[in-house]
Design a protein around this ligand. Structure first.
Ligand code: F6P
Length: 545
């Protein structure tokens, strides 16, 4: 790895010079200059096809970006992660979500111990449990079959499971209803359990630490809800609660038999955990075979990331393109636009993956960065976004690189729907890139006063990702693709993508404020004047309620 600071490095400076040369170029000109551009600026791996031709890059840009990756030691960092080095330096941990999908027989050693056999032990235990729930062999306390599974967790212990459940709903057991409770807001718990029979309901308490305030508050309410519904018999807990955690002590303190606990390890970050035991609800929903297919998809992309040369490496290409826009064009966000309704929670999932990972401003060696890091990732499934925020992407003042995700086939063929859907992917990417000139607008007979309003400047970049169909294997590949995009970005920015100290302060302050809200006596408030006044007002509103 280079020790020169990023912005002083030769590759960075070369990119700055190059940016000055090409930032004025229009995608129209780039396409006109090279009729084969649409075929050349593409890459394909594991059934995912990437067209990145509609980006504001030339072959020289890509060469310089690959040189930047090389100079920043990306290859060495990838190897260090796969080797199990403790690359999460602020927490002294290895970063080994890739071990969660390593096939049986592979070997990855952490602290002198091969972790792959343990991973498969847990997977086997999960599979046995999932089969019992799905087949009806696992019965509730009063002998009822489980018809409702509720995952309680937050952040990585929720977003992955709920995203995967929605993404793979087509493959799920429809006789079981799945709910996900994350928010400490009681509305969430109340609505998820409304009308459900506790006798038929199984809770999966998913928390790496088993101390997270939201999850433990919801878990205790669930416990009371079950006990109230089943005559208060504590023995019911064992039949209606299982846990996914790294903290056996806390799990057993809560009253869950550790025989019904599914473990994972401190080398799995929360936002990288949907393929660990945190995916238990996913496995119950889609079955162990489909879950293993999903893991195989993750592994496919891991191998591609680990071995493919940069020029053919999808995560490397996409990661570098986002750095190009963040740091040289000043773009602040990336829109992820899946044209697949089953991926409706994918942008929400990516928010945590990308922003909790790369929302950092301190380098690995403890210095403040002098460049942009972590873009804001956001999005909605197409075509809904087109009738909402695409206006700004087409004609607003900001540059918003877009990732379009589309599929060759739908799981629910219905008349012309899918062709219409996909026509919109291609149309949007085309419109963003090429726009519509004033001459074209005039030629349509538009009154002169309206011409400027109807011009589309174009030159707005996008990637188009195409796959055959949404299935477990493809989902695994897609999620791993973005995990490794995040890794690539973090390596270039020289930040730790695997800690999340930024969530701590708010947690601590909330713990201090809770008793101030709950105390009978007026508390002696020692916050700033705004916080004091808000707490006082809330206490009045609360009494009135
Ligand atoms: O928000 C911080 C965080 O630590 C996330 O990284 C994590 O996914 C989430 O809280 C939940 O943590 P746990 O699984 O320990 O309950």
């Amino acid at each position: 790895m280079s020790t020169t600071s990023l912005t002083q490095s030769p590759a960075w400076k070369a990119l700055q010079d190059h940016h000055r040369e090409i930032s004025g170029m229009h995608l129209r000109d780039l396409f006109a200059a090279d009729p084969r551009r649409g075929e050349e600026f593409t890459a394909e791996a594991d059934g995912l096809f990437l067209d990145y031709s509609k980006n504001r890059v030339t072959a020289e840009t890509m060469r310089l970006l690959f040189a930047l990756a090389e100079e920043r030691g990306l290859r060495g960092r990838i190897d260090a992660m796969f080797r199990g080095d403790k690359i999460n330096i602020t927490e002294g941990r290895a970063v080994l979500h890739v071990a969660l999908r390593a096939p049986k027989g592979a070997s990855i050693v952490v602290d002198g111990k091969d972790v792959v056999p343990e991973v498969h032990e847990v997977l086997d235990k999960m599979a046995a449990f999932a089969d019992r729930v799905r087949s009806g062999a696992w019965l509730g306390h009063t002998g009822e079959k489980i018809r409702n599974v509720i995952n309680i967790g937050i952040g990585g212990s929720d977003l992955g499971p709920v995203m995967a459940y929605e993404a793979l709903k087509f493959y799920s057991d429809r006789s079981i209803r799945f709910q996900f409770v994350s928010n400490v807001d009681s509305d969430d718990f109340a609505e998820a359990t409304r009308g459900l029979d506790p006798a038929e309901t199984l809770f999966i308490i998913s928390s790496k630490t088993f101390t997270t305030l939201e999850t433990m508050t919801n878990a205790h309410s669930a416990r009371e809800w079950v006990l109230a519904g089943l005559g208060g018999d504590e023995a019911a807990i064992a039949k209606h609660f299982v846990a996914v955690s790294t903290n056996a002590e806390k799990v057993s303190e809560f009253g869950i038999d550790t025989a019904n606990m599914f473990g994972f390890w401190d080398w799995v970050g929360g936002r990288y955990s949907m393929d660990s035991a945190i995916g238990l609800s996913t496995m119950v929903a889609i079955g162990p075979d489909n879950f293993r297919e999903m893991l195989a998809g993750f592994h496919d992309m891991d191998e591609h990331f680990r071995t493919a040369p940069a020029e053919k490496n999808l995560p490397v290409i996409m990661g570098l393109l986002s750095v190009w826009y963040d740091d040289f064009f000043g773009a602040q966000t990336v829109a992820v636009l899946p044209y697949e309704q089953y991926l409706k929670r994918f942008p929400a999932y990516l928010q945590q993956l990308t922003m909790e990972s790369n929302g950092k401003s301190i380098t690995l060696d403890g210095h403040h960065v002098d460049y942009n890091t972590g873009a804001v990732y956001w999005g909605e499934p197409g075509t809904n976004g087109q009738h909402s925020f695409y206006q700004l992407i087409h004609q607003g003042t900001r540059l918003i690189p877009c990732d379009f995700i589309g599929f060759g086939r739908t799981l629910n063929p219905l008349g012309r729907h899918h062709d219409i859907l996909m026509a919109n992917v291609f149309a949007q990417a085309e419109a963003l890139a090429f726009g519509k000139t004033a001459e074209q607008v005039r030629a349509e007979g538009t009154p002169e006063a309206l011409v400027p309003h109807r011009v589309f400047e174009g030159n707005r970049p996008s990637n188009v990702l195409l796959a055959e169909v949404i299935d477990p294997r493809t989902l695994g590949r897609l999620v791993a693709l973005y995990e490794h995009i995040v890794f690539t970005q973090g390596a270039v920015w020289n930040i730790n993508s695997f800690d999340q100290w930024g969530v701590e302060l708010g947690k601590v302050l909330a713990q201090r404020i809770i008793p101030e809200l709950e105390s009978k006596e007026a508390p002696d408030l020692k916050h700033d004047s705004s916080t004091n006044a808000l707490i006082t007002r809330y206490r009045k509103l609360r009494v009135g309620g």
